[in-house]
Design a protein around this ligand. Structure first.
Ligand SMILES: Cc1cc2nc3c(=O)[nH]c(=O)nc-3n(C[C@H](O)[C@H](O)[C@H](O)COP(=O)(O)O)c2cc1C
Length: 432
C-alpha cells in the first residue's frame, strides 16, 4: 500500500487553555513516529509548553526521516531521545527514568506500524520500551491513509489499545494529501492538547466540595522569630490540584509556602495554627471532604514578645502552650465531612497512624516516614493509607502522582461511606 500524506485542519475544540490548563506543571512525554504528519509535532510541542507542561520528545527512527530531532530539541528545550541502546543517552535519562518522569505519554502522530508494535508489547525501540515501562496515562493520536486506518488489522489493534485503557485521540476525517478522503488525519495540535487535558480529568469527585490544608504554620516568638517546621506544602498543593482534576470544587488553606496556586483552586493564606483553625472552621461548612495535609504546630509560645528578644548570657526558657487540634475539631462536628489526616512519623509509622485514626475518629489517614529524601521538602514521597478495615501502600513516587492516587482512594472511600449512609437513612425512614 502506498504511503500517504496525512493532513488535518480540525479546530472545533479550540479552547483557551493558555490561562486554565490542566497541563500546567505536568511532564508530558511526546512520542513521534514516522508519519508525514510528524511536522505537526513541532507545533504541538509549542502548544504543550504554552499550556505550562514540560515536554520531552522521543522519536522513532522513522520519525527522524520526517522532522529533525534538532527542531524538537529547540522547541522542547531538552535533548531528544531516539536510541534505546545508546549508552550515553541511557546514562543521561534512561528509558525507565523517562517512563517514571512522565505524567502522561502522548504518541502523535502514531503510525499503523507503531500501534501494531504497541499492541504486541514490543520493546525493541526506545519509544515502545518507554511506553511499556510507563504507568502514567497514555494516549495515541493515529495518522495514516484512510485505507490503512480501515484495514481490519488496524481496527483490531486500535480496539485492543482502547480495551487496555490507552486513549485513542482522533483521527479526523477529511481530505488527505495523497488525494484520498476519509478517516486518518492527525488532529490539529490545539485539539490534541485539549484531549490530552482530559486524560487528567477523571470526574470522580464531580459535584464535591473539598477543603485542603497545606504547608507549615509559624508560631511567633517575637516580631522576627517563630517556631516552625520543614513542611514545604508540596503534598497538600498536589492533593488540591488532583482534587480539581477529579472534578471537585477546591479550597486550599495554605501556611507560609513558596508555591504557586494550582489552577482552579481558591486559596486562603494563613500563618499561625489559630489562623488556620479560623479559616478551616469557616470554610468547612458545606464541605464534603476535608483533607488535612498541613503540618500544624502542636504548640505555640505562650508569650509573644512585642519587641525583638535580646541575647543574654544565661539560658532562655520558652513556655509553650497547646495549639488547637484542627483535624479532631472537624471530625468531631455534628455534620462532619469525610475527613482525611496525614501523619509524618520518624518511627512506628503504622502503629502511630492507626492510633491517630482511632483517637481522632477520622475516616482515613495517610502516613509517611520522614527522612531519607522522603516527606518534608522532598519532591518524592511514599504513603501508607489506612481506614477502618483497610489499608493500601502507595509506593514511592513524585508527590503529584501520589496525590492523584490518594485522591482516587479518597473518592472511592467517600462514595462508599456516602452510599452506606444513604442506605441507613432510607432504612430509618422505612416504617416497616
Ligand atoms: C512519505 C511517507 C509517509 C508516510 N506516512 C505515514 C503515515 O501517515 N502513517 C503511517 O502509519 N505510516 C506512514 N508511512 C509509513 C511509515 O513511515 C512506516 O510504516 C514506518 O516503518 C513507521 O515506523 P515507526 O512507526 O517506527 O515510526 C509513511 C511512509 C512514507 C515514505
Amino acid at each position: 500500500m502506498p504511503a500517504c500524506v496525512v493532513m488535518s485542519d480540525n479546530t472545533d475544540l479550540l479552547v483557551n487553555y493558555f490561562t486554565m490548563s490542566y497541563l500546567s506543571g505536568k511532564n508530558i512525554l511526546l512520542g513521534i513516529t514516522g508519519s508525514i504528519a510528524a511536522y505537526k509535532s513541532a507545533e504541538l510541542v509549542r502548544h504543550l509548553r504554552e499550556a505550562g507542561a514540560s515536554v520531552r520528545v522521543v522519536m522513532t527512527a522513522g520519525a527522524a526521516e520526517f522532522i529533525t530531532p534538532l527542531t524538537l530539541q529547540a522547541l522542547s528545550g531538552h535533548p531528544v531521545s531516539s536510541d534505546l541502546l545508546d549508552p550515553a543517552a541511557e546514562a543521561a535519562m534512561g528509558h525507565i527514568e523517562l517512563a517514571r518522569w512522565a505524567d502522561a505519554v502522548l504518541v502523535a502522530p502514531a503510525t499503523a506500524n507503531f500501534i501494531a508494535r504497541r499492541v504486541h508489547g514490543r520493546g525493541d525501540d526506545l519509544l515502545t520500551a518507554v511506553c511499556l515501562a510507563c504507568e502514567a496515562p497514555q494516549a495515541v493520536a493515529p495518522a495514516m491513509n484512510q485505507s490503512m486506518w480501515e484495514d481490519p488489522a488496524t481496527t483490531h489493534n486500535v480496539a485492543t489499545l482502547q480495551e487496555r485503557g490507552i486513549r485513542v485521540i482522533g483521527p479526523a476525517v477529511g481530505s488527505q494529501a495523497c488525494g484520498d478522503s476519509g478517516p486518518g488525519r492527525l488532529l490539529e495540535p490545539e485539539v490534541l492538547v485539549r484531549h490530552l487535558e482530559n486524560l487528567f480529568t477523571t470526574g470522580i469527585l464531580a459535584g464535591c466540595r473539598v477543603l485542603v490544608t497545606a504547608g507549615p504554620t509559624r508560631e511567633p516568638l517575637d516580631p522576627v522569630r517563630y517556631l516552625g517546621n520543614r513542611s514545604s506544602g508540596k503534598m497538600g498543593f498536589a492533593v488540591a490540584a488532583a482534587a480539581v482534576e477529579a472534578g471537585a470544587e477546591v479550597t486550599l488553606i495554605a501556611g507560609p509556602v513558596a508555591l504557586s496556586t494550582p489552577q482552579r483552586v481558591k486559596r486562603i493564606d494563613v500563618v499561625t495554627a489559630r489562623e488556620m483553625q479560623v479559616a478551616v472552621l469557616d470554610g468547612v461548612k458545606g464541605t464534603d471532604i476535608f483533607i488535612a495535609a498541613a503540618a500544624v504546630a502542636d504548640y505555640r509560645p505562650r508569650d509573644v514578645s512585642g519587641c525583638k528578644l535580646k541575647k543574654s548570657a544565661g539560658k532562655l526558657t520558652l513556655e509553650l502552650e497547646r495549639n488547637p487540634d484542627i483535624l479532631a475539631m472537624v471530625a468531631g462536628r455534628e455534620k462532619a465531612p469525610f475527613t482525611v489526616g496525614f501523619a509524618a512519623e520518624t518511627e512506628s509509622v503504622e502503629l502511630n497512624a492507626q492510633q491517630k485514626l482511632q483517637a481522632k475518629s477520622i475516616d482515613m489517614i495517610a502516613a509517611n516516614q520522614v527522612g531519607e529524601n522522603l516527606g518534608f521538602e522532598a519532591d518524592d514521597n511514599a504513603l501508607q493509607v489506612f481506614w477502618d478495615g483497610g489499608s493500601v501502600q502507595l509506593e514511592r513516587a513524585r508527590k503529584t502522582r501520589l496525590a492523584r492516587q490518594l485522591v482516587e482512594l479518597v473518592a472511592e472511600r467517600y462514595h462508599h461511606k456516602h452510599d452506606n449512609d444513604t442506605v441507613i437513612k432510607l432504612h430509618a425512614k422505612d416504617p416497616a
